[in-house]
Design a protein around this ligand. Structure first.
Ligand code: SAM
Length: 219
């Protein structure tokens, strides 16, 4: 892995991006601060550093993408992250979303179905000084050993909300998950009111890569 270097040029590009996200409706100051602080170009191959601060998704290998900064900010804002929150992420991908959550003081458990991506994210996040708990596997089954989670974030498009994830959400916890078909999804916020009661709120429309697994799309 190349040396990680951040400088005024990238910091300035992040300030511009954060201003753009605020105009697009991201209001949570903690989310905007984390996006200002985490160098997104570290998650890109060096030749594409110049694209890191465009508000766009970008390929990361294995047919997957690092989500658009607006999408990362949007999902994080829905979660109302508080310092010390225990968060389960499904779809580690590049590790950028996990870095944003950890920058906000959360403890992150993240599952990725592509081993190569999981290993690459582990190396990078460690080098950046973060300490996530990562695993390679099918995230639609959650991670029962570490449940319950205060917050759950699914960063791939699901056909339904996986039951295992509802079960592993703490009472009072929030899950954010895009639900729909393989082309487009509606962002859904799931709030666990009690052991047997959830409230679901449908939000805006997005387009994610598919969530593939036992309680996701069967490919
Ligand atoms: N959060 C990522 C980031 O910050 O770069 C972006 C993730 S990308 C949009 C979605 C990821 O979900 C892909 O890396 C994909 O391999 C992964 N994925 C899809 N189905 C999965 C599953 N059942 N379990 C774990 N990861 C899954």
């Amino acid at each position: 892995m190349p040396m990680l270097t951040d400088d005024y040029k990238y910091k300035g590009a992040r300030t511009k991006l954060v201003t753009e996200l605020a105009t697009k409706g991201i209001q949570d100051a903690g989310v905007l601060k984390a996006l200002q602080l985490v160098p997104r170009h570290y998650f890109f191959p060096k030749t594409f550093y110049s694209h890191a601060y465009e508000d766009k998704a970008f390929p990361i290998g294995e047919g997957q993408t690092i989500s658009q900064p607006y999408t990362v900010a949007y999902q994080t804002q829905v979660l109302h992250i508080e310092k010390g929150d225990k968060v389960l992420e499904i779809g580690t991908g590049s590790g950028y979303q996990a870095a944003i959550l950890m920058q906000m003081g959360a403890t992150v458990y993240s599952i990725e179905r592509h081993q190569a991506l999981s290993l690459k994210a582990a190396t990078l996040l460690h080098k950046m000084g973060y300490k996530p708990v990562l695993k390679h596997g099918d995230g639609t089954k959650g991670w029962p050993q570490f449940a319950p989670f205060d917050k759950i974030i699914v960063t791939a498009g699901a056909p339904v909300v996986p039951q295992a994830l509802i079960e592993q959400l703490a009472i009072g916890g929030i899950m954010v998950i895009p639900v729909g078909n393989e082309q487009k999804q509606r962002m859904v916020s799931v709030i666990k009111k009690s052991a047997s009661q959830i409230e679901t709120i449908e939000l805006d429309q997005f387009a994610f890569v598919p969530l593939i697994g036992e309680q996701g799309w069967q490919h």
